[in-house]
Design a protein around this ligand. Structure first.
Ligand SMILES: Nc1ncnc2c1ncn2[C@@H]1O[C@H](COP(=O)(O)OP(=O)(O)O)[C@@H](O)[C@H]1O
Ligand SMILES: [Mg+2]
Length: 331
């Protein structure tokens, strides 16, 4: 199943010429002594794609970002970032083409927003510092806070300053490590809106998160990591491939002997009664199963109120895969 999904082709939403992949990762592994941070991870990210790297705490997300961001060397495997092969020598060339927004913003709290950005712009040896700062502040809707001390800003606003800093260099690939972790719902929504705007502009984003709804909302494709890569695909694909399909049947009255009605139907693999009293039938193909079920219920003199296909959420997919406590296991 994993390989089928891994083969599924991504079509960048921005269209245009096929310029290869922004990230190519092959059999990448990182160990710290005996501890495995992540193992045998392979995936590709297209230009203009927002790629979600989803996994629980300790899954290896940050370590992957740090590896692809050339901050630490992998133990084995290979990667190409913005078409540059990752090696001991290629660090500066790769770093010139990417930005990383780390989990904690890391700003100078006693400097203003503009001073922070200026400081980093000079560190990155960028030109046109003024106009760049104006542009990134506009991109994160913080133009009117340029002269506020970073120390006086809320966590959500600091996160937006950190995003502005990551945008200063016009990166080919933008790495965002848990960009909304610890933010309240309003600040989270604001960051999501900014990321959606970047996505619409065709910015390539590698986004780690442990929040399912974030991955589903923002990402073209999602990889689920739990030390090894468990699954990769579009959110809707993941749902479809991982779960068999269900039909939910509501009847006017409870069935006296549901097993007599449902057992033995050719297209029904299993069934159960939901807490709300409806019957959820696991079927091979809803289109052929539904008429059989309807006939069987009519034959049993039961009134059908509704019959509908029920969908699994990405949460179901995730919980199915992340059913163990990785962090504890590694200790
Ligand atoms: N510098 C390090 N030294 C030793 N172990 C590390 C180091 N960095 C990360 N790890 C371990 O690697 C695993 C993955 O960590 P991390 O990449 O931070 O996970 P995530 O970002 O998904 O929460 C964890 O078990 C963590 O303890
Ligand atoms: Mg992390």
């Amino acid at each position: 199943m994993t390989s089928e999904l891994a083969d599924s082709q991504h079509q960048p939403s921005s269209g245009g010429a096929n310029l290869g992949s922004a990230l190519v990762v092959e059999h990448l592994t990182k160990r710290f002594g005996k501890r495995i941070a992540y193992e045998d991870v392979s995936f590709e990210v297209g230009y203009g794609e927002v790629f979600g790297f989803l996994g629980p705490n300790g899954a290896g997300k940050t370590t992957t970002v740090r590896t692809l961001g050339t901050l630490i060397a992998p133990t084995s495997g290979s990667a190409t970032i913005a078409r540059i092969p990752l090696s001991a020598e290629s660090g500066p060339a790769i770093r010139a083409r990417i930005s990383i927004m780390p989990e904690s913003p890391g700003l100078y709290l006693r400097l203003t927003v503009a001073e922070n950005l200026e400081c980093f712009a000079r560190l990155y040896e960028l030109r046109d510092v003024r106009s760049r700062i104006d542009r990134v502040l506009q991109a994160v809707n913080l133009s009117d806070r340029a002269n506020d001390l970073c120390g006086s800003l809320s966590k959500g606003l600091r996160q937006r300053v950190a995003l502005a800093r990551a945008l200063l260099s016009d990166p080919t690939v933008l790495f965002l490590d848990e960009p909304t972790s610890g933010l309240d719902p309003v600040a989270t929504r604001d960051v999501h809106d900014l990321l959606i705007a970047l996505r619409e502009r065709g910015v390539t984003i590698f986004l780690t998160t442990h929040r399912l709804e974030e991955a589903e909302k923002l990402c073209h494709r999602v990889a689920i990591l739990n030390t090894t890569l468990r699954l990769i695909g579009r959110p809707d694909e993941l749902r479809e491939q991982l779960f068999s399909r269900n039909l939910e049947v509501r009847t006017r009255l409870q069935l006296d002997e549901p097993a007599r009605v449902f057992n033995g139907l050719a297209n029904v693999e299993s069934w159960e009664q939901s807490p709300s009293g409806s019957y959820v039938l696991n079927v091979t193909d809803p289109d052929t199963a539904a008429p059989d079920i309807a006939r069987a219920l009519v034959h049993a003199n039961v009134d059908i109120l509704s019959m509908s296909e029920s969908h699994h959420s990405l949460k179901d997919v995730y919980l199915e895969l992340i059913d163990e406590d990785v962090e504890a296991k590694k200790r």
